[in-house]
Design a protein around this ligand. Structure first.
Ligand code: SAM
Length: 400
């Protein structure tokens, strides 16, 4: 027998996912070993499916933008671990593809149930066919907008809701259709960041206990929201803000042409510590308005910006000034170390740089070693604590 049979390839993939900590539990491992993942991406070879480091796109819109995919195995694994699924549970998946629904079916077993909903009829018919072919006829597939309540949802709600599409909001339907003691796993756009959060109920609101860095195709339908980009230097430097955030494009573009002020914070990071991703989420609850500065490599080459990572850097602004985080290498460090600093432009640059730098130092003192906690309150929740919040159409989010 060839050593490249799908079973062998799958066994290797699962061993790698275990080794890198994406699979932690025996249950998730058993599900991954059982599901013939290659049957859910018949467009590519089994070798490609089992070695793909990221997702495999399965549909593009007429502008060439991906609208559907089979998500990356590490992401399926981490989301399933975060969901803590047990046999017999009732699970709703938003966004179909087949592979994840099959994994869910393995985890809930024959006494549980899995419903997978997708807005796109091409995707639901594809998922139906692939699930049947792989032996998962028991998964229910529905074509609907997953941000709306599902008409035939169980009366007590779903034990788990797993959203597998990038959402701009925590839809009221997900909170309303989550059973007591349930868990909601949702990739959320938060001030230009993409993070998958796992939530459980706490005192009438939802509290996150897991944060996963992840990218997803964007949700479609009435709940879709476009991000806004303010061009600060043509296409080379952009301030990316959420749809509800105000930013005076003319004043900020003008500010960006003015000289900059740098303030270095003495806050240091190692290359692999994961401190910057935690800081990025934490800032959403600490400072406002807060978004992202993105720059092309040419912008750095032309010295328009300091050191800005490809995925962008945290940014703050006022009506006429803006500031963003930057990095510099720590000289003479024995291993890779970087210092965080703030670069500010505009008439208010001194004050803005100081305020931002002090917020970063506060993170370093109070929060650098723990995962930020996101809480989602209903818009009318009297227990909403106040302070800096990220306001979405259906929820107010706090981060601490
Ligand atoms: C990343 S894919 C799903 C991946 C899949 N769960 C898997 O097994 O890997 C995201 C899907 O979400 C769907 N989608 C987008 N907006 C939606 C909405 N409002 N309701 C339901 N599905 C939606 C897209 O059509 C797309 O097929």
């Amino acid at each position: 027998m060839s050593i490249r049979t799908p079973d062998v390839l799958r066994g290797r993939m699962v061993a790698e996912l275990r080794a890198r900590g994406a699979i932690v539990s025996d249950e998730v491992e058993a599900a991954f070993l059982a599901v013939p993942r290659h049957l859910f991406a018949p467009e590519v070879t089994a070798e490609e499916v089992y070695s793909a480091p990221e997702g495999i796109f399965t549909k593009f819109n007429d502008r060439g933008k991906p609208v559907s995919s089979v998500s990356a195995p590490w992401l399926h694994a981490r989301m399933l671990e975060a969901a803590r699924i047990a046999p017999g549970m009732t699970v709703l998946e938003i966004g179909s593809g087949g592979a994840n629904a099959a994994l869910l079916a393995e985890l809930v077993g024959w006494h549980g149930s899995v419903t997978s909903v997708d807005i796109d009829p091409d995707i639901t018919s594809r998922a139906r066919e692939l699930l049947d072919r792989a032996g998962y006829g028991r998964v229910r597939v529905r074509q609907a907008d997953g941000a709306q309540p599902l008409p035939d949802a169980p009366a007590r709600g779903f034990d788990r809701i797993i959203v597998t599409v990038g959402a701009a909001d925590v839809a009221a339907a997900w909170r309303d259709q989550l059973a007591p003691g349930g868990r909601l796993v949702v990739p959320l756009r938060l001030r230009g960041l993409s993070r998958t959060l796992a939530f459980a109920h706490e005192d009438g609101h939802l509290r996150s206990d897991t944060v996963i860095r992840s990218g997803f195709v964007s949700i479609q339908g009435p709940s879709a929201r476009a991000v806004r980009s303010v061009r600060l230097a043509g296409r080379h430097v952009r301030l990316v803000v959420d749809e509800d955030q105000e930013a005076d494009a003319n004043a900020l573009t003008e500010a960006f042409t003015e000289p900059s002020r740098e303030q270095w914070t003495s806050v240091e990071l190692g290359g692999q510590e994961g401190v910057l991703p935690r800081l990025e989420v934490w800032l959403a609850g600490a400072i406002a308005p807060y978004g992202r500065l993105r720059a092309t490599p040419e912008a750095a080459g032309r010295e328009l910006v300091g050191w800005v990572l490809d995925a962008g850097m945290p940014a703050v602004w006022t009506h006429d000034s803006l500031a963003y985080l930057s990095l510099r290498q720590v000289p003479r460090a024995t291993s890779e170390r970087y210092e965080l600093g703030v670069i500010a432009h505009g008439p208010g640059r001194e004050a803005l740089a100081s305020r931002f730098a002090e917020t970063v130092r506060r993170f370093d003192r109070e929060a650098r070693d723990s995962e930020p906690v996101v809480r989602a309150y209903g818009p009318e929740d009297p227990h909403f604590p106040g302070g800096v919040s990220v306001d979405k159409p259906s929820v107010r989010l706090t981060v601490a």
